[in-house]
Design a protein around this ligand. Structure first.
Ligand SMILES: Cc1cc2nc3c(=O)[nH]c(=O)nc-3n(C[C@H](O)[C@H](O)[C@H](O)COP(=O)(O)OP(=O)(O)OC[C@H]3O[C@@H](n4cnc5c(N)ncnc54)[C@H](O)[C@@H]3O)c2cc1C
Length: 497
């Protein structure tokens, strides 16, 4: 991508030198990056249309070093943005030009595994997939599986409350963690949650999960592990139109079945993917559904038969069932690679993430198609249909003047549509800077004021990831005025709390 929104203002060298000097008093030289070249890899996360060079980047190696970074942040009144692997799609890890970028990359140890309790204590920089690989010999795995699981960190997963294909049956990150060890901006180490199923007092574990780096820096996570199911099988069904596929999703759930995964891809997406991974998708279908069942052999055989019957009754034109695990993984490989695959048919793509009631799927897909025609931009749909979690991928070219603005207006309309049908503006990717305007539509001023109050209770000076996730009321007033005029408020001037 060549045309990007540069959100940074040129940070003064004097300020950089001041913060660097303060950091170098307590941190080893290799843990502090100041050169522009060295800072480049931290300029953006997965929302690459937005970029900023951080004032400074730090890569602490242990908890004492994290505490030292936060102490300098307090002393010098410098904001801090925590970063895991930088795969976030909502700009949560976008650095601040006047801020410290705090990378947790060196926190990459699996500290302990308890097979009896079925838990693992892991540092935040450990990748999602590595946890399952590490405990596979025990017949265990970690259920939430973002498509980015090969790269994304568990700290980032907790901060975003990430989901994945298997979250329909097994829940999001918040349902699969027991405890978090974190450090507040004031340097206090807090242990949230417990090894038991419940804890006394407010549920601060849930509060910090999904808090996008605004409340505390996560230092360790105790994840819950599950026994690997005996078998898993996938049904792949083709449909002549997306509405019928949407109805089939509602019918599966309405029949009381909770598939291990229930995903939809439309024709634009399957065509992009097939040339890339050769997953065996039906390229004539307007939409395909992938429905997985897992459990004992008997359970799976029964559930798969039920799913096939429902797909047929909903008008499926073609149905295939994975014959072995290799074929099951091949069917999923296309879905998992869908985002990068779409990147092959368009110079740029913008991934949206909204949730809607399952019953509204057909209506929302139809309206998205109409918006696509109105804005003159193609839109591929790849999503967690069972959870009603949409991921429209708008295809655009950042080199064409104004096309990013049009894309953002299109994206804003889809998110507003999600709210209109009773849904939410994020299913798993978080708000970051990307959806900060739509927070104004989703929540009333009194609710936003409560969010600010929670932020202030953890971080009175507003130094942790300011300007993300929770909009100021002033920003909401501006956004409201722009919507009335039919325009869109560009995302970042990164307002401060
Ligand atoms: C191709 C692709 C597919 C994806 N598929 C999915 C999917 O299926 N489901 C899904 O949910 N997401 C998906 N994502 C989005 C992304 O991978 C997740 O949001 C992931 O959890 C981000 O993890 P990360 O380590 O990259 O975090 P980052 O991007 O580094 O950070 C994300 C947020 O977490 C905060 N943060 C990170 N580490 C810490 C910490 N230790 N303490 C406090 N705050 C912290 C950051 O400040 C930021 O706000 C996908 C992304 C890509 C690029």
């Amino acid at each position: 991508m060549s045309a990007v929104r540069e959100v940074s203002h040129e940070a003064s060298q004097a300020r950089r030198a001041e913060v660097a000097a303060a950091l170098s008093r307590t941190l080893p030289r290799q843990s502090v990056l100041v050169d522009r070249e060295a800072l480049k890899p931290y300029e953006c996360d997965g929302l690459s249309a937005y970029r900023a060079t951080p004032l400074i980047a730090t890569i602490p190696a242990d908890e004492n070093e994290v505490a030292a970074v936060l102490a300098v942040a307090r002393e010098t009144h410098t904001p801090v943005v925590a970063r895991g692997s930088g795969t976030g799609l909502s700009g949560g890890a976008l650095p601040l030009a006047d801020g410290i970028l705090l990378s947790l990359a060196k926190f990459n140890r699996i500290v302990a595994v308890d097979p009896l309790a079925r838990t693992a204590r892991v540092q935040p920089g450990v990748t999602n997939l590595r946890i399952s690989q590490h405990v596979a010999h025990l017949g265990l795995y970690y259920a939430p599986d973002p498509s980015s699981q090969i790269a994304c960190s568990i700290g980032g997963n907790v901060a975003e409350n990430s989901g994945g294909v298997h979250c329909l049956k097994y829940g999001l990150t918040v349902h699969n963690i027991a405890r978090v060890r974190a450090i507040t901006i004031e340097g206090d180490i807090v242990e949230l949650g417990s090894d038991a199923l419940d804890t006394q007092g407010y549920d601060l574990l849930a509060t910090v999960t999904g808090s996008e780096g605004l409340l505390a820096v996560i230092l360790e996570v105790t994840v819950k592990l599950l026994p690997k199911p005996e078998v898993a099988q996938v049904v792949m069904a083709s449909f002549g139109d997306v509405e019928s596929a949407g109805d089939a999703v509602a019918a599966v759930i309405g029949a009381g079945i909770v598939p291990a995964g229930l995903e939809m891809m439309d024709k634009l997406a399957t065509r992009a993917v097939e040339g890339f991974v050769h997953a065996g998708y039906d390229l004539e279908a307007e939409a395909i559904l992938l429905a997985e069942s897992d459990g004992s052999r008997e359970e799976v055989a029964h559930e798969i038969a039920q799913i096939i019957e429902i797909m047929k009754a909903s008008g499926a034109t073609n149905i295939r069932c994975s014959r072995d695990d290799a074929e099951r993984l091949r069917f999923w490989s296309g879905r998992k690679a869908a985002f990068p695959a779409v990147g092959r048919i368009s110079p740029d793509y913008y991934c949206i993430d909204g949730s809607i009631p399952r019953g509204a799927l057909a209506k929302v897909l139809k309206r998205t198609e109409e918006l696509s025609a109105r804005y003159g931009l193609r839109c591929a749909n790849v999503f967690h249909a069972g959870d009603g979690n949409l991921h429209p991928l708008i295809l655009y070219d950042a080199n064409i003047p104004g096309e990013l603005d049009t894309t953002e207006r299109f994206a804003a309309d889809i998110l507003e549509l999600c709210i209109e049908v009773g849904g939410t503006i994020t299913g798993e990717h978080g708000v970051g800077i990307e959806k900060i305007n739509q927070m104004c539509s989703q929540f009333r001023p009194a609710e936003l004021a409560q969010f600010h109050a929670i932020k202030a209770a953890f971080d009175p000076e507003g130094l942790l990831n300011p300007g993300k996730m929770v909009p100021t009321l002033h920003r909401c007033a501006e956004y409201g005025a722009m919507r009335v005029k039919g325009g869109a408020l560009p995302h970042p001037d990164l307002p401060r709390f």
